[in-house]
Design a protein around this ligand. Structure first.
Ligand code: AHR
Length: 621
């Protein structure tokens, strides 16, 4: 390939080019990012997933019984556990498939009701009964009301496994009737930025290393809900934790609501991500659709959500935000209306096109004209400057064939690439949702194919708002969807960065502020590329990927404004074979990163070659 890059004439790149997408799936939030260690902390349940005692076990001669008392802890948390017996009794919790015990401070609390004159003992123990840390908590418990007790635990050592439990016990002989009622039992390790009710440090570190520029949340299918009534309701995820009822996710488990709207926004603040807020748009996963006549209720609700986030403290919902500790309004520049409205049958798309999208778009345009509204599909004519969201889960070959799909697109309606992932091995046809086998982890040829697709998007990055892999995280102890960008389990205690993570990071960390036109007599394939400039550093950038070549691909690259002798750093990612993947618990890192400095020769030509299935970035010094 002989490639000549012009010194001007490209297009301005979106500064949100790569971001993250989050919804409660794969226990990526609860049991993942959300640092709460106690699973099923408030016995929350729904019609779909009734309250239960999962993760809890009785200690000593005791019985645990779920009860809906006439005076519950809160109307949001109606179910509590009654612990009854003799001697030292109580319960243990196994956490999210284990508890990682480290020499650090754990902050805990529980609510209890019942007359009790003794003390409580909270501890972290191994499954064989070895105590790592314990606290004696003097009872303030009375029969007339729920009383919160707080404690800290500071183990001195690291436990050798995560096979540990949290235990809470009391002396039944000092409790009236030998029984007490408990609810909302919580334990947090130190969190990212020390936020109370915050996020797990190691997963946040991995995200921070990637440097996402935006966060699309809270879904995904999980925004939609299985039914209209079980949709993600923003107003039930704010305020005191005991006032958050939780809800059935669309991914097979109940969520507590602990990681709510405010926590999402704090997360954006902490990692400097632009929020792309998805609002519920009148469609549930069971394909129930709100009629045109009734939709105004949900439009109003979305406006209230926006007021909660962005309104001054003089507004009703802005005042509520201030009451919950955030007087300073946030800024919301991007709102997505719904999720995948083209995937839920013809009536869903028809109603989206005929009245649902317009109802939200018009209301947002009137009150928040600066907000970039994004439709949940690109399968419609967008009104005005509204954007669209394109999702693609496919086989590697099909990503490569979509390299040029944005070339003929208009720049009037910008596109979010809101969910992108190679999901199944090449099969000669493409992904068939009724019968497919997803890879457990991203694998090298899939990641290279994503790179080719992303290069096509970068070439058109005045039309593309940004791109995110999806889903982002999986907890291998309990997941519904693979592959994911990052994976972890409770046993290894480490986060595994996928092959795609390496590819997307390389692109994200070498941001062009604008593209530069390139000419070549050689057609795209097997080499795909984009060229541009970072006008902050004046570094010229070239990104490329080789997919399905029969051998090394020689490249002679010249930038019109770069002369002989200029040096450049060339970073090349490769892997041992097309199916190599980074697996949780595996100490071998399959992606090999090679960086070398090369010098422009005669006429300013950078000469190098790239092997098959490689991804490369060249930046001039
Ligand atoms: O990312 C997993 C799911 O894939 C999302 O919830 C949904 O939007 C898509 O179908």
């Amino acid at each position: 390939y002989t490639i000549k890059v012009a010194k001007s004439g490209g297009n301005v790149t979106s500064n949100l080019q790569y971001g993250a997408m989050e919804e409660e799936i794969n226990h990526c939030g609860e049991g993942g990012l959300y640092a709460e260690l106690i699973r099923n902390r408030a016995f929350q349940g729904s019609e779909l997933y009734p309250s239960n005692l999962e993760a809890w076990s009785a200690v000593g001669e005791s019985t645990l019984a779920l009860q809906n008392l006439s005076n519950p802890l809160s109307s949001a948390l109606p179910t509590s556990v009654n612990v009854k017996g003799s001697g030292t009794i109580g319960f243990t919790n196994v956490g999210f498939w284990g508890i990682d015990v480290q020499p650090q401070k754990y902050t805990g609390s529980f609510y209890v009701k019942g007359s009790y004159s003794g003390s409580f003992k909270a501890s972290l123990q191994s499954s064989s009964g070895k105590t790592f840390a314990s606290a004696e908590i003097t009872s303030k418990s009375v029969s007339s009301k729920w009383v919160q007790h707080e404690f800290t635990l500071t183990p001195k050592t690291t436990a050798s496994t995560v096979d540990n439990v949290f235990s809470l016990t009391f002396d039944a002989s000092k409790a009236s009737g030998g029984s007490l009622d408990f609810n909302f039992i919580s334990l947090f390790p130190p969190t990212w930025n020390d936020r109370p009710n915050g996020m797990r440090k190691d997963l946040m570190q991995a995200l921070s290393d990637f440097g996402p520029k935006f966060l699309r949340f809270p879904g995904g299918n999980n925004l939609e809900g299985e039914t209209i009534d079980t949709r993600w309701k923003w107003n039930e995820t704010i305020g005191p934790l005991i006032d958050r009822p939780g809800r059935p996710t669309t991914w097979g488990y109940e969520e507590t609501g602990g990681m709510g709207l405010v926590e999402y926004m704090e997360w954006c603040d902490d990692l400097d991500m632009e929020p792309i807020l998805a609002i519920w748009d009148g469609l549930a996963l069971n394909e129930d659709i709100v009629s045109e006549a009734d939709l105004h209720v949900y439009v109003e609700d979305a406006l209230n959500e926006l007021e909660f986030l962005t309104g001054s403290v003089d507004t009703e919902y802005g005042a509520l935000r201030a009451k919950y500790g955030h007087p300073e309004p946030w800024t919301i520049n991007y709102v997505e209306v719904g999720n995948e409205d083209e995937d839920a049958g013809t009536e869903a798309l028809d109603t989206y096109k005929s009245y649902r999208f317009a109802a939200f778009n018009d209301a947002l345009a009137e009150k928040y004209p600066y907000i970039q509204v994004i439709a949940s599909t690109i399968d419609m004519t967008m009104p005005g400057s509204a954007g669209g969201d394109y999702h693609q889960y496919d086989v590697p070959d099909n990503f490569v064939s979509e390299f040029d799909m944005w070339d003929s697109y208009t720049d009037e309606n910008p596109i979010l690439l809101g969910e992108i992932a190679a999901l199944e091995y090449n099969n000669g046809v493409g992904l068939d949702w009724s019968d497919y086998t997803a890879s457990l982890y991203p694998w090298w040829i899939g990641s290279v194919a994503e790179a080719v697709f992303l290069l096509g998007a970068e070439r058109n990055s005045d039309k593309i708002i940004g791109a995110t892999y999806a889903p982002f995280f999986m907890n291998l102890d309990s997941y519904e969807w693979s592959p994911t960008f990052l994976a972890f389990d409770s046993k290894t205690g480490s986060v595994t960065k996928s092959t795609s993570y390496y590819v997307w990071s390389l692109f994200n960390n070498n941001h062009m502020t604008n593209t530069l036109p390139a000419t070549s007599a050689d057609a795209f394939g097997p080499l795909y590329y984009v060229s541009g400039l970072d006008n902050k550093t004046n570094s010229h950038i070239w990104k490329g990927a080789v997919y399905n070549s029969t051998g090394e691909v020689p490249v002679s690259l010249t930038f019109e404004s770069i002369g002989q002798g200029t040096t450049a750093d060339l970073t090349i990612l490769t892997a041992p074979d097309a199916y190599a993947m980074n697996e949780v618990g595996d100490s071998t890192e399959v992606v090999k990163t090679t960086t070398k400095t090369i010098k422009a020769g005669k006429s300013g030509v950078f000469s190098f070659s790239l092997p098959n299935l490689s991804v490369a970035v060249l930046t001039t010094n």
